[in-house]
Design a binder for this molecule. Structure first.
Ligand code: FAD
Ligand code: DLZ
Ligand code: SF4
Length: 519
C-alpha cells in the first residue's frame, strides 16, 4: 500500500522531495529520471487547490485520484520511497506548496524537484516556492512532448500565420512517422477530404474497453461521492482505466476495433453513440499513462501491417503530433492573457442548460447529457454543437472556457484553452483559425441524425419552429460584421446576406432575438 504521510520525523534526512503532479503519471517523467531512488522521496498529494480550481466533473476527479494512487503503488513496487497525501487525510493542508512544506519538514530536505506543470497558473505558483519554502525548487522541462517551448517559438518566429498544417509537416519530418524517403506516405500530407462521412445507425460500432473497478478505485469513488457530490456529472458506472497497463489495453482495443474506421466517421455524430470510432485515449495521454509517440507508433504499425487504411492512420497521427502539440505551443506562446481573449466582446452568461442538458435542441441535449454521463464528447460534438452554439449566441468566452475545463475528463488548460478560446470561440481573433467555426443547423443535420427527432425543424429558417442555429448563425455574422466582413473566407457568406430581401433579413434577426431572449 501507499505510505501515508504524517508529521513525524521519518528518520535519516533525505536530499530532495520529488513532487509528482496528478497529470505526471509517467515512469519516465523528467523529475524521476533525474531522481535517486536510494535517497530521494517522491511526494504525491490530492489537494483541494487542484480538485477545486474549477468544479471538475466527478469522473475526472475520480480518474485522477485513482490513477495517482495506482501510480504511487507502482513506484513503490519499483523501489521508490513514496509519500502520498490523500484528500481526506486529517493533516492535508489543501495546497501543493503546503504538502511540500510538510514533507521538507519531515525529512529536513534541502531541495525540491518538479517537472513543469501543464498549466500557467500552477507554474506561476511554483515560481514563488523557493521564497516561500526557503529551499531550492527546480522546475524541469516536460520532455513528454515532441516540441519543446523553444522548438515551437523557433517555428512560430517570423510567421504571419501559425497554421497547424505546416507545423504538423515539421513534426512528421522530425518523427519520421508515415514518411518514406523524405516524402509523406502515399504522396499527400493530409487525407482529410476522405474523412467526412456521416454515420448511419446500422454501422457496427465498437465501444471502448470497459474496466471493472478495484478496491482502490471503489474507495476513491466513495470519497468523490461524499466530497464532491454537488459537482457536475454522473460518477457511477466508472469504467476508465487507471493504470498504464489498463491504458495500454485500451490502446490495443482501439487499434484493433475502431481505428480502421476512425477517419471515415471522424466528424460524424449519432444519437446514442457517444464514442463512434474515436479512441477515447486523450485522458490517458494527458495524465501520462500513455506516451504520444508510442500511441502514434502503434497506430502507424497498424497501417504497415495492412490493418488500417492510410486516411484513418494519417488522420489519427495528425491529431496527436499535429493538433495536440500545436495547441500546447499556442498556449505557452500566448499565456498569460490568452484565456481572457474576447475578440467579439461577447458577454452573455452561459445558459443553465449547459449544466443540465434540459433543452429542446436535440443535438445540444445529446452532447450535454453524454458529457454529464461520460465526461466525454468527441471533437465535432465539442466544436460544432456546444462550442458553435456558444459562439453564435455570444456567450462570454471565458465562461465557455471554464465550462470545458470542468466537464471533460481529458481537460487541462494547456490543451483546452486553445481549443476553446481559439478554435471554437474565435476569441483570439484568428490567431489559430482563419475563420470562425460557425455553422447553421444544416451542418449538424448533414453530419448527424439528431435533427430527425428534434422539437425544432432544421429546414425552417425563421419562425417559432425553426432550428435555433439558423437565425443565430446570421445574427452572429451581422452582430460581428465589423470584425468579420473583411475576412476573405467569409466574403461569399456576406454576399449571400446582402442579396437577401430586407424582410428576410429582418425575420432572421427577429428570430435570433427571440432565441436569445429565451436563454
Ligand atoms: P480522438 O478523436 O480519438 O483523437 C485522438 C487524439 O488526438 C486525442 O486523444 C487527443 O490526444 C488528440 N487530439 C485530437 N484533437 C485534438 C485537438 N483539437 N487538440 C489537441 N489534441 C487533439 N482535448 C483534450 O485533450 N483536452 C481538452 O480539454 C480538450 N478540449 C477541447 C475543447 C473543444 C471546444 C474542442 C473543439 C476540442 C477539445 N479537445 C480537447 C480536443 C479533442 O476534442 C479531444 O482531444 C478529443 O475529443 C478526445 O477524445 P479522443 O481521445 O476520443 O480523441
Ligand atoms: C486535475 C487534478 C486534480 C483533480 N487533482 C489533483 C490533485 O489533487 N493533485 C495533483 O497533484 N494534481 C491534480 N490534478 C492535476 C493538476 O491539476 C495538474 O497537474 C495541473 O493542473 C497542471 O496541469
Ligand atoms: Fe440541433 Fe437544430 Fe437539428 Fe434540432 S434541428 S437537432 S437544434 S441542429
Amino acid at each position: 500500500m501507499v505510505t501515508r504521510t504524517n508529521d513525524q520525523d521519518l528518520g535519516a534526512p533525505c536530499l530532495r522531495i520529488i513532487l509528482i503532479l496528478g497529470d505526471q503519471l509517467s515512469r519516465d517523467i523528467r523529475s524521476l529520471q533525474l531522481a535517486d531512488r536510494n535517497c530521494d522521496i517522491v511526494l504525491m498529494a490530492e489537494v483541494a487547490q487542484e480538485a477545486k480550481y474549477v468544479p471538475h466533473h466527478k469522473k475526472k476527479i475520480a480518474f485522477v485520484f485513482s490513477a495517482m494512487r495506482h501510480f504511487a503503488q507502482d513506484l513503490q513496487a519499483h523501489g521508490w520511497r513514496v509519500e502520498y497525501t490523500r484528500y481526506d487525510d486529517a493533516n492535508n493542508s489543501g495546497s501543493l506548496v503546503g504538502e511540500v512544506q510538510r514533507a521538507i519538514k519531515r525529512h529536513s530536505a534541502s531541495e525540491v524537484m518538479v517537472t513543469e506543470p501543464g498549466e500557467f497558473r500552477l507554474k506561476s505558483d511554483i515560481k514563488s516556492w523557493t521564497r516561500k519554502l526557503g529551499v531550492a525548487v527546480e522546475c524541469l522541462d516536460d520532455t513528454r512532448f515532441l516540441a519543446s517551448h523553444s522548438d515551437f517559438q523557433n517555428w512560430a518566429q517570423g510567421r504571419k500565420q501559425l497554421r497547424m498544417e505546416y507545423f504538423y509537416r515539421e513534426m512528421r519530418k522530425i518523427t519520421g512517422l508515415l514518411m518514406k524517403e523524405g516524402q509523406p506516405e502515399g504522396g499527400k500530407w493530409n487525407y482529410d477530404s476522405e474523412n467526412r462521412k456521416p454515420a448511419k445507425g446500422d454501422l457496427l460500432i465498437p465501444h471502448p474497453l470497459r474496466n471493472s473497478t478495484d478496491e482502490v478505485t471503489e474507495e476513491v469513488l466513495d470519497l468523490v461521492a461524499s466530497n464532491f457530490g454537488g459537482n457536475f456529472g454522473t460518477l457511477r458506472p466508472f469504467w476508465c482505466a487507471v493504470t498504464r497497463e489498463g491504458a495500454l489495453e485500451a490502446l490495443d482495443h482501439f487499434v484493433n476495433h475502431a481505428l480502421p474506421h476512425f477517419g471515415d466517421y471522424q466528424d460524424a455524430m449519432l444519437e446514442g453513440e457517444p464514442f463512434l470510432y474515436h479512441s477515447v485515449l486523450a485522458q490517458y495521454i494527458n495524465v501520462g499513462l500513455l506516451g504520444p509517440l508510442e500511441v502514434c507508433r502503434r497506430v502507424e504499425d497498424a497501417y504497415y501491417d495492412g490493418h488500417a487504411p492510410l486516411n484513418a492512420v494519417e488522420g489519427y497521427i495528425r491529431q496527436i503530433i499535429g493538433w495536440r502539440e500545436y495547441m500546447r505551443g499556442i498556449y505557452w506562446l500566448n499565456m498569460p492573457g490568452y484565456t481572457e481573449a474576447n475578440f467579439f466582446g461577447a458577454t452573455r452568461n452561459l445558459p443553465d442548460f449547459y449544466w443540465t442538458g434540459d433543452t429542446d435542441m436535440a443535438c445540444m441535449a445529446a452532447v450535454i447529457s453524454q458529457t454529464r454521463d461520460e465526461a466525454y464528447a468527441h471533437h465535432i460534438q465539442r466544436l460544432m454543437v456546444t462550442g458553435n452554439f456558444a459562439m453564435l449566441a455570444g456567450i462570454d468566452p471565458h465562461a465557455v472556457h471554464e465550462w470545458y475545463l470542468a466537464v471533460y475528463f481529458d481537460a487541462y488548460e494547456w490543451v483546452e484553452a486553445p481549443n476553446v478560446i481559439g478554435m471554437s470561440q474565435f476569441a483570439d481573433g484568428g490567431l489559430l483559425s482563419s475563420k470562425p467555426y460557425a455553422a447553421s443547423g444544416n451542418y449538424i443535420n448533414k453530419m448527424s441524425n439528431h435533427c430527425a427527432h428534434c422539437h425544432y425543424d432544421v429546414s425552417e429558417k425563421t419562425g417559432k419552429n425553426a432550428c435555433p442555429f439558423n437565425p443565430l448563425y446570421w445574427d452572429f455574422l451581422i452582430r460581428n460584421q465589423n470584425q468579420l466582413r473583411s475576412n476573405p473566407r467569409l466574403g461569399h457568406v456576406y454576399r449571400t446576406w446582402d442579396r437577401m430581401s430586407a424582410d428576410k433579413q429582418g425575420e432572421y434577426l427577429a428570430g435570433a432575438m427571440a432565441v436569445l431572449n429565451a436563454l
